[in-house]
Design a protein around this ligand. Structure first.
Ligand SMILES: *Cc1c(COP(=O)(O)O)cnc(C)c1O
Length: 387
């Protein structure tokens, strides 16, 4: 079934009593009773399917989990209270019974770097960073570190690099490591050989700027471990957020297509502006990962993030430019229906020293735009009057 169809139907319409609700209700109960003690015993012991306690399972979450599992063609999914909670439980599941060593992309989300360096390393996990767009370097790092897990993001932020997920998964499997990656219209990591796919549903999946949530989709081998760890540590999503996320996902493929098309127009417009020194956009034929993008992404879908460097601009110039925006929202996060702009030096990469940032290629004049579903000409008009 096409992803547009699955987004609308998957997970919903489970029988509740004699009736079938057309969409899944918000189940707020924290625990569930059964007709008899015998049955409650079987449900709590997981010999019989059913719900017993909110930290284990909830019908609203189960519907969302089925919806995202179907989009990703995975075995099962776990809905979490944030993208970071999802990453943490996925890494814990990946490293269960495996070497406590991780090879990670050097261009990861800031809090993920924090999780690796400030939470996992102090607890004895070895972490090694590598440029995941350089497969030779990944091969060498894996041969040396013998990791239990490889972590990469596609598409990276804010420089929008695209690692070859299938080749990374191949290296991981060759070394016996578990791999995972973070977006399902453009790339479905599990189909490309990864063991886990992790989303911050806060971004494109929920897509309306009103949910904080995450989800892990895994293959069959890791699903039980994932749920077992979640039953113990309880990183679960609340039922109201589950409902909002499911509702959001029904239009996710539609929104994403529109956002991708808008991004192509905005990137092309920015490229022609004298005030703009450089545009970063995966649809650019001169993108450093153009071959990987052509091979892995569907035609004309390059994501909806566009970054650019303003010619000769320092921090004050960037502030003045962003203060002049009238419609585009000045805020962190991405993937919402409204266009948003962020200044990485001030937000996502704030904690990193200027020298290290420079080495990462994140300059003082770089801004990142998450393109929304508005009319492209209105987004362009706002940028034009602000430049
Ligand atoms: C947003 C984001 C996260 C964190 O997700 P939250 O929902 O904010 O916890 C992690 N990784 C990437 C790549 C993200 O974009």
């Amino acid at each position: 079934m096409n992803i547009h169809t699955k987004a609308v139907h998957a997970g919903d319409r489970r029988k509740a009593g004699a009736q079938v609700p057309v969409t899944t209700p918000i189940y707020t109960a924290s625990s569930y009773s059964c007709e008899s003690m015998e049955q409650l015993d079987r449900v709590i012991g997981r010999e019989e399917n059913g719900f017993s306690y909110g930290r284990y399972d909830n019908p609203s979450n189960a519907a969302l989990e089925e919806q995202v599992r179907a989009l990703e063609n995975g075995h099962g999914a776990l809905a979490c209270s944030s993208g970071m909670a999802a990453i943490q439980v996925a890494v814990a599941a990946a490293l269960t019974d495996r070497p406590r060593s991780i090879v990670a992309a050097d261009a990861l989300y800031g809090a993920t770097v924090g999780l690796l360096m400030n939470v996992l390393e102090p607890s004895g996990v070895k972490v090694r960073f590598v440029d995941v767009c350089d497969l030779e370097a990944v091969g060498a790092a894996v041969a040396e570190a013998r990791p239990g897990c490889i972590i990469a993001e596609t598409i990276s932020n804010p420089l929008l690099r695209v690692g070859e997920l299938d080749r990374l998964a191949e290296i991981a499997r060759g070394a016996g490591a578990r791999s995972r990656a973070a977006t399902p219209l453009l790339a479905r990591p599990l189909e490309l050989g990864a063991h886990f796919s992790v989303h911050s549903v806060t971004k494109y999946l929920a897509g309306h700027g009103d949910v904080l949530g995450g989800i892990v989709v895994s293959d069959q081998d890791h699903y039980e471990t994932l749920r077992r760890l979640s039953r113990i540590t309880g990183p679960v999503l609340g039922p109201f957020e589950s409902y909002l996320t499911m509702r959001g996902i029904k239009t996710f493929p539609l929104r994403m297509e529109r956002q991708c098309a808008n991004a192509c127009r905005v990137a092309a417009w920015l490229s022609g502006r004298p005030e703009v020194e450089r545009v970063y956009f995966p649809g650019d034929p001169a993108h450093p990962d153009a071959a990987a993008i052509r091979r892995l992404f569907p035609p004309n879908l390059y994501g909806a993030m566009v970054s650019c460097e303003l010619r000769g601009a320092g921090r004050e110039d960037v502030f003045r430019f962003m203060d002049r925006l009238k419609m585009i929202v000045r805020a962190t996060s991405l993937g919402d229906v409204h266009s948003m702009m962020l200044y990485p030096v001030m937000s996502s990469h704030r904690e990193i020293s200027p020298k290290h940032r420079e080495r990462m290629g994140i300059r003082e004049n770089l801004v990142r735009l998450s393109v929304g579903i508005e009319a492209a000409e209105d987004i362009i008009a706002d940028l034009e009057q602000a430049l």
